[in-house]
Design a protein around this ligand. Structure first.
Ligand SMILES: Cc1ncc(COP(=O)(O)O)c(C=O)c1O
Length: 358
């Protein structure tokens, strides 16, 4: 069971260096003023990226796609900054190198801060300067160690997900996570590991920090972007893995009741990876554990993230030049230097735009 108090959750190992606006600073020096705009009005966008341990050293999973989403989130909120995608990719690679960690979670964040010489305190964000940081820590299994194998018990939230014309779910903004917190707290207080939110029309949207997949009659279904979901990068990876495995995937609106009668359910997300769901509202899903198709997808996902199996695309960015020399994750000669990502134009983002009107 996931802790309600949080007190019995072990502290993660933290990288004592933080990237700040182009410099590497000490963890203890990464501070903000309490009157910063972001603390009062939620004006931040951020990312969550995993770096996996592989035989060729640490490898960041779909770095470029995450950074493209980070840029998109900033653009939606009119955060005009000077950073390019390569700056963020290079900074992340260097941070992992400096951390000495063989695996970690990387957290870029861009927010409205406070100009202490010319302070501004109103809702209008434009006078407040932007600050950008990237931190990293070693995070274990987000929904508990057993969750990946045994699955989790979840409940449908009484809170709806955001509406597209209030808080765009396409942007990964800090403020969106107030809605996630309502969903999560309710779930924990009701004895569940996680909550599933419906969209404003009553269709299944997503978990507080994960996308959701529903397996019925051998077909893998997932809500479209129009159901107010974050365009998840793990979600996109699952869709591509299903393509490789010859499993049909359909993006379609899903009724709450369809959750209860599904053969299998699972969450996808950077933190949660691929986590089976064994019950919803105390109704057992399928045989009450990890389903066959979920297991197949999960197996391929972990083989790819550990560098043991070629990915459908250039998904891994190795941070250690020596160990990774000679090959990229897809077995072809590495074409990139340290700090450069392997990916070309992130197709996820293009797909996200295409689906936004579903
Ligand atoms: C609300 C929400 N949905 C979905 C996801 C999954 O997205 P990704 O796979 O890119 O981590 C996350 C995690 O970042 C999330 O917070």
């Amino acid at each position: 069971m996931f802790s309600k108090s949080g007190r019995d959750i072990p502290s993660p190992r933290i990288c004592d260096t933080v990237w700040h606006d182009g410099e590497f600073i000490k963890w203890n020096d990464a501070r903000v003023h309490v009157m910063s705009h972001v603390l009062h009005y939620g004006s931040s966008v951020f990312e969550g990226i995993r770096c996996y341990a592989t035989k060729k050293g640490p490898a960041i999973f779909r770095l470029r796609e995450h950074m493209q989403r980070f840029l998109n989130s900033a653009k939606i909120y009119r955060m005009d900054h000077k950073w390019k995608i390569d700056d963020f990719c290079e900074a992340s690679v260097e941070l992992v190198r400096r951390s000495g960690l063989d695996q970690c979670y990387i957290r870029p964040i861009l927010f409205r801060s406070l100009d202490e010489e010319h302070p501004a305190f109103g809702v209008n964000p434009f006078p407040n300067p932007l600050a950008c940081y990237i931190g990293a820590w070693d995070w274990g299994k987000y929904l508990g160690d057993e969750a990946i194998e045994k699955g989790v018990d979840v409940g449908v939230a009484t809170w709806s997900r955001l509406t597209p014309n209030s808080m765009p779910a396409m942007a990964k903004s800090g403020a969106n996570y107030m809605n996630s917190q309502l969903i999560k707290m309710e779930a924990l207080l009701n004895g569940y590991s996680e909550g599933i939110a419906l969209d404003d029309r009553g269709y299944v949207s997503e978990g507080s920090g994960e996308n959701i997949f529903i397996v019925s009659n051998g077909v893998v279904n997932t809500p479209p972007l129009s159901s107010s979901i974050l365009p998840g990068i793990t979600r996109d990876s699952v869709i591509q893995i299903c393509g490789e495995l010859g499993i049909t995937v359909k993006e379609r609106t899903i009724q709450r009741a369809a959750l209860y009668v599904a053969d299998e359910l699972f969450f996808s997300g950077t933190a949660a990876e691929i986590t089976p769901i064994r019950s919803v509202d105390r109704i057992t899903i399928g045989a009450g554990g990890r389903g066959e198709i979920t297991e197949k997808i999960q197996k391929v996902f972990f083989e790819i993230t550990s560098g043991e199996r070629p990915a459908p695309g250039p998904w891994l960015t190795y941070t250690n030049e020596q160990k990774a020399a000679g090959t990229s994750d897809n077995g072809r000669p590495a074409e990139t230097k340290r700090g450069e990502s392997h990916a070309a134009e992130p197709e996820l983002v293009l797909r996200a735009h295409a689906l936004a009107a579903d």
